[in-house]
Design a protein around this ligand. Structure first.
Ligand code: DI6
Ligand code: FE
Length: 410
């Protein structure tokens, strides 16, 4: 509850609130007052301040707008063909020999024009927005050369300009080794640190820096070099860590005060402790776990015991998580890993905001951006409970109400 605000622009009334400040933070018959696109007051309607206008929420639930804090949603091409071939018995070698896998997405993304890249990515982004997503993280990493990484990040910025969504960009140059650098991974890391990151940062295209620390990605030492380059530019870091094996990546990103360590199926107790000390968020990605038919679960008991904040995201990408529903990710986190519905909802609101270093979103509290989602449901657990339902009935971006469905036209 907050002190009564003097006078506000707009009052959202006739809503059941889940503020997500610390827990569900339920306020029956609540109201949210907005001034200049920010929350000015939250509490029971009976105590609400006077307002110029009222917006009747029709008894719907009102939560913070959802935050998808880990996506590779901008890319060209599609890999359902190789997925189908594999299900028909083709081996990974067959597919690799035919140029499949991550490099097929790199080729398609490099070949696409700026507009084509956005056009192909639009339906995926629109699907997330229709489910109440108001902030979206978008990684590069399918360009793997300066011009193509810049094209991806500019497309991400354009999404934020053309659609009602806040976009956080992440430079993931160290996602895979481009063919031009075959056998010369250290030279590619030089290219990232000395040329790509500085140029992209100078253009204002980079909000955070990420890497894929894995036997099939980049080593601990190479990742550390990328983080040093990020530190020189005062950019926050995050990491694809411990997805397939324990590389000590979580402890490394924690050492750099990282925003998040993501995936974490193979996280050790030391890694969890280092994350807890640094306040690094665990971003859990059930879509990739499901799609890869992974059997090693992220160590939730360890993370909870250490007090690491938990976030949940789609990891939307064509290779390991072709998923465009954050609500489905919540359901999977609860069904596959026994996360609680409260953990899942905190994981796509307050803790997802934290994984992006965004203290100004993720809960309904005075001073935060007035980004909300309105839901037709019995209780907040329904967001994680239902499979394939979309109870989103309205979205509010910086105090401006809209229909859930939007379409990117340019
Ligand atoms: N981890 C993954 O699982 C994806 N990227 C990453 O860093 C794979 C991306 C792809 O196959 O396109
Ligand atoms: Fe990822």
């Amino acid at each position: 509850m907050s002190e009564r605000a003097a006078h506000v622009d707009l009052l959202f009334v006739h809503a059941r609130l889940a503020t997500m400040a610390g827990g569900y933070g339920i306020v029956e018959d609540g109201a949210v007052a907005v001034r200049d696109g920010r929350i000015a007051w939250v509490g029971p309607r009976s105590e609400a301040p006077a307002a110029d206008r009222e917006h009747d929420c029709g008894g719907l639930w009102l939560t913070p707008g959802l935050v998808d804090c880990h996506t590779h949603i901008i890319h060209a091409g599609n890999r359902s063909d190789e997925w189908e071939a594999r299900l028909n018995g083709a081996s990974y070698e067959d597919i690799a020999r035919q140029g499949g896998g991550i490099m097929s997405t790199v080729r398609a993304t490099r070949a696409a024009s700026d507009d084509e890249l956005l056009r192909q990515s639009a339906p995926r982004i629109e699907a997330l927005l229709a489910e109440g997503v108001t902030t979206l993280e978008i990684k590069s990493g399918y360009g793997l050369d300066l011009a193509s990484e810049a094209k991806m990040l500019r497309a991400a910025r354009r999404v934020g300009e053309l659609l009602p969504v806040e976009v956080a960009t992440t430079f993931l140059g160290a996602h895979a080794l481009p063919p031009e650098f075959a056998g010369r991974a250290d030279d590619y890391i030089d290219e990232i640190c000395e040329r790509m990151l500085p140029a992209l940062a100078d253009e204002g295209l980079v909000d955070a820096v990420d890497a894929f620390c894995e036997r099939i990605g980049f080593s601990h030492a190479q990742t550390a070099r990328v983080f040093e380059a990020a530190r020189r530019r005062h950019l926050p870091v995050k990491l694809h860590a411990e997805q397939l094996s324990d590389q000590g990546g979580a402890a490394l990103v924690a050492e750099y005060g990282g925003l998040s360590a993501d995936h974490l199926e193979h996280l050790s107790a030391q890694g969890a402790a280092a994350m807890a000390r640094a306040g690094t968020v665990a971003v859990l990605l059930p879509g990739a776990y499901y799609f890869l038919r992974e059997t090693v679960m992220p160590p939730l008991a360890l993370l909870r015991e250490a007090g690491v904040p938990l976030a949940v995201a789609t990891d939307c990408n064509p290779g390991t998580s072709p998923m465009t529903s954050l609500l489905l990710a919540m359901n999977m986190a609860c069904t596959l890993w026994r996360m609680t519905p409260l953990e899942a909802l905190l994981g796509v609101t307050a803790n997802a905001a934290r994984a992006l270093g965004r203290g100004d979103i993720g809960t309904l509290e005075p001073g935060k951006r007035a980004d909300f989602a309105l839901w037709d449901m019995a209780r907040p657990a329904d967001l994680a409970y239902a499979i394939g339902a979309n109870p989103c009935r309205g979205v509010v971006n910086a105090g401006v109400p809209r229909e859930p469905r939007v379409s990117l036209s340019f």
